[in-house]
Design a protein around this ligand. Sequence first.
Ligand code: FES
Length: 122
Amino acid sequence: MIGAPVTGEWIDIGPVTQISPGNARTLPVQGGEEIAIFHTMDNQFYALVNKCPHKHGPLSQGIVHGTVVTCPLHSWNISLKTGEAQGDDKGCVPTIPVRVDAGRIYLLREALVTARAPEKAA
Ligand code: FES
């Protein structure tokens, strides 16, 4: 969810019911990066580029706990709010502003098309 007002064009990507709590789905973006949209157990929605900042593992296949996803490849923990790796790990994946309105999920178009994969960690 967004913490500050964000203006721009919002893209309707479908009903909130398409993602059960604790799960994620992916959204391909033409000319951009695949996006992972997460539904947390407390009914919040977040979107990140679907590439872990470590070695580009598919975050959408990770385990969601609280507002963190654990990457399925080497278990880095990535904040769904900020995209930052947690603990001693260093790296950040771009986040996409999400809005939920009347049971539908919206993503900010500009962020969708400009988000780029993070550099892989050394
Ligand atoms: S690719 Fe995600 S932890 Fe290594």
